[in-house]
Design a protein around this ligand. Structure first.
Ligand SMILES: C[S@@+](CC[C@H](N)C(=O)[O-])C[C@H]1O[C@@H](n2cnc3c(N)ncnc32)[C@H](O)[C@@H]1O
Length: 295
């Protein structure tokens, strides 16, 4: 195979211009990520580098750029997304992890600074497993049960757990929190052992707002991972209905919420035996995570 020695910026400049023309602000980064993927390289490629590229790799790069030009997000083209300290694989059944959700990880770490604590954690609506697996990376003695109604997303969690060598401390539970007595099935699976911590980033977009989300979100993120019902709060109602039955009396609950949902979510939680302890903002100053205790 013959390789061409080429300057990265010269290679990607025309592609950057095409992506910018259709309004993609992250054009430079996107091109470099797609180039890394084409070259099968794990590390980031920079503008100033010189690379060797074969014809086949060049063809692949052009094809990936074409997909990006059609509006497909980079994470969906390469089926990968960096979150917290790891790179997660995605599939079409999983939400593309959002950097705002890292607020939840920071909040848990602030509340539990002793990293060698052996915590039993449940990740409700686990998607790629980005929340629970990130916590397993931080707490080497802890265990996480991943709970999702989507079998395909649980398969993705398992793959990610395997990639990070975290399989032994992970459990996969395929249940639906819309089923009224979901906690009974869960406790049976867990031999009646309750959790120290529950974490969740449930679907919280009101159904009518989904159609006004960007194409990248509404076309590529699964509807079930976005749809929070009429007012966006259906999942909070279903989860809080049974949550105090599965958490230890000194346990804590960490929930991500959508913008402006803090009062409504707090009211639902109080109705079901939880009390708010703290509200945490994300980097944009939006209240993103609520910590609850058990009454
Ligand atoms: C907003 S996504 C969050 C995914 C992941 N935790 C994250 O932060 O990227 C919500 C997740 O809840 C799951 N889910 C939706 N409805 C559910 C239900 N009724 N029971 C269990 N899981 C559900 C979806 O499959 C999806 O994985």
């Amino acid at each position: 195979m013959t390789y061409k020695n080429i300057d990265v910026y010269n290679l990607i400049k025309p592609e950057i211009l095409k992506l910018r023309k259709i309004g993609i602000d992250t054009a430079n980064l996107d091109c470099r990520l797609l180039l890394s993927e084409s070259l099968d390289r794990y590390e980031t490629i920079y503008n100033h580098q010189n690379i060797y590229i074969s014809e086949k790799e060049m063809k692949k790069f052009k094809n990936l750029i074409q997909q990006r030009l059609s509006g497909k997000p980079v994470s969906r083209i390469i089926n990968k997304r960096s979150f917290w300290k790891k790179e997660f694989e995605l599939n079409d059944a999983t939400l593309d992890p959002r950097s705002d959700s890292e607020t939840l990880i920071e909040t848990v770490i602030e509340c539990y600074p002793e990293k060698l604590e052996c915590l039993k954690i449940i990740d409700l609506g686990s998607g790629t497993g980005c929340l629970g697996l990130s916590l397993l990376g931080e707490y080497p003695c802890s265990k996480v049960s991943f709970f999702d109604t989507s079998k395909k997303s649980l398969e993705m969690v398992k793959t990610n757990a395997q990639n990070f060598d975290l399989l032994e401390r992970s459990k996969y539970i395929n249940l639906d929190w819309n089923f009224r007595d979901w906690h009974k099935k869960l406790l049976k699976i867990e031999n009646n052992m309750k959790y120290d911590i529950a974490i969740s980033n449930p679907p919280y977009i009101p159904t009518k707002d989904i159609k006004i989300l960007t194409k990248e979100v509404k076309k590529y993120d699964p509807f079930i991972a976005l749809n929070g019902g009429k007012d966006g709060l259906d999942s909070y109602r279903s989860i809080f209905f049974n949550l105090s039955n599965i958490i230890k009396s000194n346990g804590k609950v960490f929930f991500e919420i959508g913008k402006g949902q803090e009062n409504d979510v707090t009211k639902i939680a109080i109705k079901h035996g939880l009390f708010p302890k703290e509200y945490k903002k994300d980097l944009s100053g939006v209240t993103r995570v609520i910590i609850f205790g058990i009454k």
